[in-house]
Design a binder for this molecule. Structure first.
Ligand SMILES: [Zn+2]
Ligand SMILES: [Zn+2]
Ligand SMILES: [Zn+2]
Length: 263
């Protein structure tokens, strides 16, 4: 897992309001196509060896870097695609490795809602231009050619339904309350990959508590059977009484016949 930039400032808007000349200017400062990869533990950027550096500029080396990997420099920032898919945008570093481009390279990418092609720059969709698209007539309308990535999930224009009501088993996980999973299966896969240790402990706990659960279940079943048996016993008693009454009535009738038949 690369270290992710802890920055909540919304720069998608910034990318959207920049003029093309400003964008070119901004882009020229960096070497975005030079992918530095994960620099959490240091690495090579444009022929320069960089060492991990934390947010206040303190260089992290050796034991400190090994014992606290969170101190390395970020190599990506969290973002959402136009349809709501969460993603990580790689950061491009300047040759000194001290300043990054805040993922501007990716934030400037556009998506065409007409043909669904994404990842291009500029105001027109190159695919629609090339195919002489009659639907959008290669529109440069900002409602049709939208940014591909968003730093704020709330600003995603066409969020697909990715979340369900099944919460993550871990209470501290953000995947809950409307941001849960669509199925139990999905939750288990997430739990096994994202919280491997915690999930193992959780499962162990469940297995351990199963005898109690069984005893509890057995008690409930017994109760239910007893409750069912009560009206049955009452019914049986009523039936017996009825039979006895019928027998008595018959005997009475027989006796009265006998009496009438007697001279
Ligand atoms: Zn297009
Ligand atoms: Zn088109
Ligand atoms: Zn979770």
């Amino acid at each position: 897992m690369p270290k992710v930039l802890e920055d909540t400032r919304d720069e998608a808007d910034l990318a959207a309001i920049m003029t093309e000349a400003e964008e070119q200017d901004e882009l020229a400062k960096w070497s975005p196509r030079l992918n530095p990869g994960d620099l959490s533990d240091g690495g090579m950027v444009g022929g320069v060896r960089v060492t991990p550096i934390n947010a206040d500029g303190h260089v992290v080396r050796g034991r400190e870097a090994r014992t606290n990997p969170q101190q390395g420099r970020p190599s990506a920032r969290r973002a959402w695609m136009w349809n709501g898919t969460e993603t990580l945008l790689p950061l491009a570093y300047e040759p000194s490795g001290k300043r990054h481009d805040r993922a501007m390279h990716y934030l400037r990418k556009k998506h065409c809602l007409c043909c669904n092609v994404g990842g291009f720059f500029g105001t027109q969709c190159p695919n629609c231009v090339k195919s002489d698209c009659l639907t959008c007539r290669s529109s440069s309308d900002k409602a049709k050619v939208i940014p591909s990535f968003y730093l704020n999930k709330e600003k995603v224009p066409f969020p697909a339904k990715f979340y369900g009501n099944i919460n993550c088993f871990l209470v501290t996980c953000p995947r809950k309350e409307g941001m849960g999973f669509l199925s139990e299966q999905e939750m288990r896969i997430h739990a096994r990959t994202r919280h491997r240790m915690e999930y193992q402990a959780f499962q162990d706990f469940q297995t351990a508590s199963r005898p109690d659960e069984l005893a509890e279940l057995r008690r409930k079943v017994d109760e239910l059977l007893a409750a069912q048996a009560r009206p049955q016993a009452a019914a049986a008693e009523a039936l017996n009484r009825q039979r006895k009454d019928a027998r008595n009535a018959k005997a009475q009738v027989a006796r009265s016949h006998k009496r009438r038949a007697a001279p």
